[in-house]
Design a protein around this ligand. Structure first.
Ligand code: HEC
Length: 199
């Protein structure tokens, strides 16, 4: 091998171990990247919402969500307490905008929500997972790669807090209680006008 290729080979063999290792790592990473990109371009990934994510994908998405929400909601100041009026105002908004997807105590979500992936959860246990500032952040900003909409443009900051007050009270509400609130608190006749922009 007197050629340039031969010289290169001899250099490679003589090179210190660290350089060999580094070159190997770079080639390995590039090969992995090319393989990943090739998989993307091949169309092998199934975009169908009707096919659930694999367990690993769920795990990764859930972990990303947990840490992202925790971080972004840091520093949001929570009102000292919620009043019964705020909870009732939250109920009206929930019944108008959220029950379709999330259902309520003894109330099934609308059929459209069964086709969503990930499916919208019942929110009764959400206060165990999320602190009030985190629930507020989720409601205001929605969640990427899910059907959870951002409500910032539709509902004011005050209204988002009222929804948090209602979600926090959800577990003490049963089916008759929900229906009774519905009768006592009929939804507003028309959609509320867009909220003024608040951070
Ligand atoms: C179009 C359907 C849809 C509507 C309408 C909707 N959501 Fe959601 N929401 C979702 C989906 C889907 C998720 C789950 C995302 C996931 O699994 O990460 C979600 C997640 C949430 C969560 C986090 C729950 C948890 O325990 O992780 C909260 C809180 C929430 N929504 C509140 C609301 C409120 C309040 C409203 C009404 C103002 C609302 N959502 C309206 C689809 C919807």
């Amino acid at each position: 091998m007197g050629s340039a290729a031969g010289r290169l080979w001899r250099r490679w063999v003589d090179a210190p171990k660290a350089v060999c290792l580094l070159t190997g790592v770079v080639i390995g990473v590039a090969a992995l990247g090319a393989a990943a990109w090739g998989t993307v371009l091949s169309g092998a990934f199934d975009m169908a919402a009707s096919v659930p994510h694999g367990r690993l994908a769920y795990r990764i998405l859930d972990t990303v969500k947990l840490h992202s929400v925790r971080r972004h909601a840091r520093g949001i100041r929570v009102p000292a307490r919620f009043t019964a009026d705020e909870m009732r105002a939250g109920f009206r908004l929930y019944d108008a905008h959220c029950v379709t997807c999330h259902g309520g105590p003894g109330i099934a979500p609308a059929p459209l929500s069964y086709g969503l992936n990930p499916p919208p959860p019942y929110l009764i246990n959400s206060p165990d997972r999320w602190r009030p500032n985190e629930l507020y952040w989720i409601i205001r900003n929605g969640e990427k790669m899910t059907a959870m909409p951002a409500w910032k443009g539709r509902l004011s900051a005050r209204e988002a807090w009222n929804l948090v007050a209602f979600i926090e009270a959800l577990r003490s509400l049963d089916y008759p209680g929900y229906l009774a609130m519905r009768q006592a608190e009929p939804p507003p006749p028309t959609d509320p006008s867009p909220a003024p922009p608040t951070p």
